[in-house]
Design a protein. Sequence first.
Length: 509
Amino acid sequence: MRHLILILGDQLDRHSSVFDGFDSNQDCIWMAEVATESTKVWTHKARIVVFLSAMRHFAESLRAEGMRVDYRKLEDLENAGNFVAELTATLKRLKPQRLIIVEPGEWQVREDFRRTAEALGLPLEMREDRHFLASHADFEKHVKGRKQLRMEFFYREMRVKHQVLMDEGKPVGGEWNFDSENRKSFAKQGPPLHAAPRRFLPDAISREVMDLVEQRFAKHPGRLADFDWPLTAQDAQLALSDFIENRLTDFGDYQDAMWTREPWLFHSRLSVVINLKLLDPRVVIAAAEKAYRTGSAPLAAVEGFIRQILGWREYVRAIYWRFMPDYLSLNSLDAHQPLPSFYWTGETDMNCLREAIGQTLQYGHAHHIQRLMVTGLFSLLLGVKPQEVHEWYLAMYVDAVEWVELPNTLGMSQHGDGGIMASKPYIASGKYIQRMSNYCTGCRFDPAKSTGPDACPFTTLYWDFLMRHETRLKMNQRMSMQVRNVTRLTETEKAAISEQAESIRHSLT
Ligand SMILES: Cc1cc2nc3c(=O)[nH]c(=O)nc-3n(C[C@H](O)[C@H](O)[C@H](O)COP(=O)(O)OP(=O)(O)OC[C@H]3O[C@@H](n4cnc5c(N)ncnc54)[C@H](O)[C@@H]3O)c2cc1C
Ligand code: SF4
């Protein structure tokens, strides 16, 4: 055998550089389902099914093209259970002259493959992942000479470089960012009428994997009853068209809004297929831009959506690779509280958390503002160790791969990186959740109160956070207004808030 081509569960890209020069007569593809990928964090059942079923579909499609695929199923008796042992056994059996892989999406996995090849004295060719629009070299060029990194400036460069929403060298509509027109909340009666997202009900391959997961990972969190994720390139395309036709128009207006038992609202649900590499981000961006150019979606919605993919998604990946492996252990706010156990069950009387976590257990998904301003906000205000929060997000979301999950969690949401990702901690009291959702109606707590038996824990912990980190936050101009409000509290009020916050922390330990 000439080349053994290694394809991991989030590398299901038929246009990937690993296929460059592939010769069916001399080369073979290697794919392996290993248990450690589902157990190193206590992974949601739906996330396990997403990866295994999508891999099995991809392997089938390669075989249908006449490629040889050496595929190790999870249930195979000889399965060694982890990448290193599996690959080592395969190399001894197939004896290839060279290994080819695209850079994995996790720093540790990349190291493991490097070390395994080195130990066996085999050349390993690690090719660039051209799924992404920014290479590591592009980001290094961007970083050079800058004292501070901010997504907005990187995003503008990406718009120019890839000529997205640009007319004659200028941003379409004269502005780079239309956020001021976006981010509305719903009126009292709730979200406007909208079509439910297209569903992709499990086929025979997925059903087989679901049975396997129910048996093998019976005690893992999450449920599979509503599993309907697209898992092939064809279905990914259908999911994209469904979003562009039915939800893109209102995406901008309501991207930060939340509503009870409305898990999808106007979001795309595309992160899963994009992260598996079944859908090219260029195709998504082009479809959104076309919707604007043909008059079927407003500029503010289209720009807001494109910014998430061309801006945030590329930016977080760049941050991950630039700052790993040290990034994983950062804890700039010195937070050490354990993650409350209700994160794994949804059993809490805080309505917003019960909704966001309940939905996460049901689907393996919650939309951005639920992740950032409900589950993320609570653990930040409580002072949970960012590494524990990271493990929860990595375990619970069907779209979670470390390169994208870690900077979003440890950086954007927990401010554990001290400001590499975001210039200030995203903090708010329960009043923000009240403004952006209907969760507080029917909750036993009152978002306006910071002390007393019906005080909203978010509001108590918000003031407590400002007091605990006052010295540090004072130095941050963007926080000055919030910090100034603390000085308006009397010493008695401050003491009562600290005491109530301490009792919340104590009860959740
Ligand atoms: C604490 C936390 C953890 C997160 N973990 C993940 C994760 O593991 N995997 C993941 O893909 N996203 C993650 N995100 C970002 C975001 O929440 C999800 O991408 C989004 O909710 C996916 O749903 P959607 O496809 O309907 O997105 P939409 O709201 O429709 O957005 C469109 C697309 O933009 C991209 N996108 C949007 N925001 C981000 C972002 N902040 N970073 C990277 N890409 C973005 C996604 O590809 C998404 O599909 C996280 C955010 C937070 C605050
Ligand atoms: S009152 Fe507080 S805990 Fe209850 S839903 Fe509102 S923000 Fe959440």
